[in-house]
Design a protein around this ligand. Structure first.
Ligand code: B12
Ligand code: SF4
Length: 454
C-alpha cells in the first residue's frame, strides 16, 4: 500500500486559466483507491489555502503525481502556463528538500502527454506518463522505489475498469466546482482514438491505444445521475468526436431522454458526417446546448489540406438538418491553415455569410502547432521548440482579409478584441526560420514577469 498525493496543477491561479472539474486525475485517484492505496487530491479550487501553506506536503508521501491539463491558456495571447508549472514544482521540490523527503515525482494529463519528454526534464520529474494513467500509476504505487530516478516517459495502457467501475466524485470537490458560474463537468463515454486524421490534431497521440472501449449505459447513467445530484446542470462529453459511431451516440442521447433530468444540458464536439435524420431527431429535446462542429475552414481545398473527411456540401446538409430540428449550432473556424490564401478566405467568408448567424460562428486566427501532428512534421519542428505557443506560418494580412470579407453582423466587440489580441500577440512573436522557405511565429521565450509567484 502506497501513499499517493495527486496535485491538480490546472487549479493553480494563472493568467488565462479557468479551472474545470479535474476528471482525468479523478480517474487515476479512483483506480488507486480501489486498489487500497492511500490517496489525496490536492486541488487549489477546493482548498485555496493549500497553495500558500503547502501543508499537504507535511505527510510522508511515497508518490506525488502532478496533472497538467493545459499547456496553453484559454486566450493564447496570454502566453503559456509552462512557466507557472515549473515555478510551482520547483517550490514543491525545495520544500521536500527542506523536510528531507524524497517521494517519486510523476507527471501526467493531456497537456503533459503532448510535451512529456521536455516537461519531464524541465519539471525535474522521475517519470512521465503519456495517455491514460490508471495502469501505470498502479504499477508505480505497487513499487515506488523502482521508479525513483528513472527519468523515463512511459506509455499509458488500456484500463479495463473503465468498463466496469462507476466513477463517483467526492462531495467537497464537486461542491467546489459547482460554485463556478454555469459550471460544466466532463463525462467520458468512450476510450477510443478519433478515426480522422486532422493535420493539427494530437488526440490520437494523447489518447493512445484505447482499444475502443464504450462505457456501458448502466454505468454511464449512474455517473450522470451522481453529477446531477451534486448540483451540476451542464455536461460536456469529452470524446474527440461524439457522433463518430452513430449507433452508440444515439444510445447515449437516448439515455439522456430516459433519465429526463430537469434543466440538465449537455454539449460535445460533433462531426457533420455521419449525421443522419434519426440522429437529428433524437437530439431534439435531449438538452443539447450546442451541436459544436469544427470544419475549421469553409473552403474545400483548405478543408482537404487540414485532413477533414467532409466538405462544404456536408456542412450545408448538416446545417439544413439542424435548422429543420431547430438545433442550436456552433461552427468553429480557424483561419490561417495550410494553403490559406486571399481567395480561400473569401470562399470561407462567403459560406459563413450565406449560412450562419452571428452567434453560431466561433472564429480564431492561426493554428497552434502541437508535437506529434502532421503539421509539426510539415514545418519540421520538435517538441522542445513547440512548447511555447508556435503557429503555422500565416500571412498577417489575414486579420484584415477576415474583417473585409465577413458581414458586419459577425464583427462584434468581443471578436474585435479577440482579433486585436491575436494581432498584438502575433507581432510580439518572433518569426523563426525552421528550414529554407518555412517560417513560423513563435512565442519563443519565457514570458516576462510571470511564473515566479506560485
Ligand atoms: C473535452 C475537452 C475540453 C472540454 C472540457 C469539458 C469539461 N468540462 O471537462 C472543453 C471544450 C470545455 C475544453 C476546453 C479547453 N481545452 Co480542451 N480538451 C478536451 C479533450 C478533448 C478531452 C479532455 C478530457 O477530459 N479527457 C477525458 C479525461 C478522463 O482524460 P484525461 O484528462 O486525459 O486524463 C487521463 C490521462 O491524461 C491521465 N492523467 C490525467 N491526470 C494524470 C495525472 C497523473 C499523475 C498521471 C500519471 C496520469 C494522468 O489519466 C487520465 C485517465 O486515463 C482534450 C483532448 C484529449 N483528447 O485529451 C482537449 C485538451 C485537453 N484541451 C486543450 C485546450 C488547449 C483547451 C482550452 C484551453 C481551449 C481554449 N483555448 O479555450 C480550453 C480550456 C478549458 C479550461 N477551462 O481548462 C488541450 C490542452 C493542451 C494544450 N494545447 O494546452 C487539449 C489536449 C486539446 C489540444 N488542442 O491538444 N476542452
Ligand atoms: S476530427 Fe477532431 S478529434 Fe478527430 S482528428 Fe480531427 S480534430 Fe482531432
Amino acid at each position: 500500500m502506497a501513499r499517493v498525493a495527486l496535485v491538480n496543477l490546472a487549479s493553480l491561479p494563472m493568467a488565462g486559466n479557468e479551472p474545470i472539474f479535474p476528471i482525468g486525475v479523478r480517474c487515476v485517484q479512483d483506480t488507486l483507491d480501489r486498489a487500497g492505496h492511500v490517496t489525496a487530491l490536492v486541488d487549489f479550487v477546493e482548498a485555496p489555502g493549500e497553495l500558500a501553506s503547502l501543508e499537504w506536503l507535511g505527510h510522508d508521501w511515497d508518490v506525488i503525481g502532478f496533472t497538467l491539463r493545459n499547456i496553453d491558456p484559454i486566450e493564447i495571447s496570454c502566453g503559456t502556463h509552462v512557466d507557472d508549472y515549473i515555478a510551482f514544482v520547483d517550490r514543491v521540490r525545495r520544500e521536500l528538500d527542506r523536510c528531507g523527503r524524497d517521494p517519486v515525482l510523476i507527471g501526467g494529463g493531456p497537456g503533459f502527454s503532448l510535451f512529456a519528454g521536455v516537461l519531464l526534464d524541465r519539471l525535474g520529474l522521475d517519470v512521465g506518463v503519456v495517455g491514460p494513467g490508471e495502469q501505470v500509476m498502479l504499477e508505480i504505487a505497487g513499487n515506488p522505489c523502482a521508479f525513483k530516478g528513472r527519468k523515463a516517459v512511459l506509455q499509458g495502457k488500456r484500463h479495463a475498469g473503465f468498463l466496469s467501475e462507476t466513477l463517483s466524485h467526492p462531495t467537497s470537490l464537486m461542491g467546489a466546482y459547482t460554485n463556478a458560474h454555469r459550471a460544466m463537468i466532463g463525462v467520458e463515454t468512450r476510450r477510443k482514438t478519433c478515426y480522422q486524421g486532422c493535420v493539427y490534431c494530437p488526440y490520437a497521440y494523447i489518447d493512445g491505444d484505447n482499444a475502443g472501449d464504450l462505457k456501458p449505459m448502466d454505468i454511464l447513467a449512474a455517473e450522470i445521475q451522481g453529477i446531477y445530484d451534486a448540483g451540476f446542470r451542464r455536461i460536456f462529453f469529452t470524446d474527440g468526436i461524439f457522433n463518430s459511431e452513430l449507433r452508440y451516440s444515439k444510445q447515449v442521447v437516448g439515455l439522456l431522454h430516459e433519465l429526463a433530468l430537469k434543466a440538465m444540458t449537455w454539449s460535445a464536439y460533433f462531426t457533420p458526417k455521419p449525421f443522419d435524420d434519426e440522429f437529428g431527431d433524437i437530439l431534439v429535446g435531449s438538452g443539447v446546448e450546442a451541436v459544436v462542429v469544427s470544419p475549421d475552414s469553409l473552403d474545400d481545398q483548405v478543408m482537404r489540406n487540414l485532413g477533414k473527411t467532409f466538405d462544404t456540401r456536408h456542412m450545408a446538409r448538416f446545417l439544413e438538418r439542424s435548422r429543420k430540428n431547430e438545433l442550436p449550432v456552433r461552427v468553429n473556424v480557424v483561419f490561417g491553415g495550410p494553403g490559406e490564401t486571399r481567395e480561400t478566405v473569401r470562399n470561407s467568408a462567403r459560406f459563413i455569410n450565406d449560412h450562419l448567424s452571428a452567434e453560431e460562428l466561433v472564429m480564431h486566427i492561426g493554428y497552434r502547432i502541437l508535437p506529434s501532428t502532421a503539421l509539426s512534421r510539415q514545418v519540421g519542428t520538435d517538441e522542445e521548440a513547440l512548447l511555447y505557443p508556435t503557429y503555422y506560418p500565416f500571412d498577417l494580412a489575414l486579420f484584415d482579409w477576415v474583417l473585409q470579407d465577413l458581414d458586419a453582423r459577425f464583427i462584434s466587440p468581443p471578436l474585435m478584441m479577440n482579433l486585436l489580441a491575436g494581432r498584438v500577440a502575433a507581432r510580439r512573436m518572433a518569426t523563426v526560420a525552421s528550414r529554407p522557405g518555412v517560417t513560423y511565429l513563435a512565442l519563443a521565450t519565457r514570458v516576462e514577469g510571470r511564473g515566479s509567484d506560485l
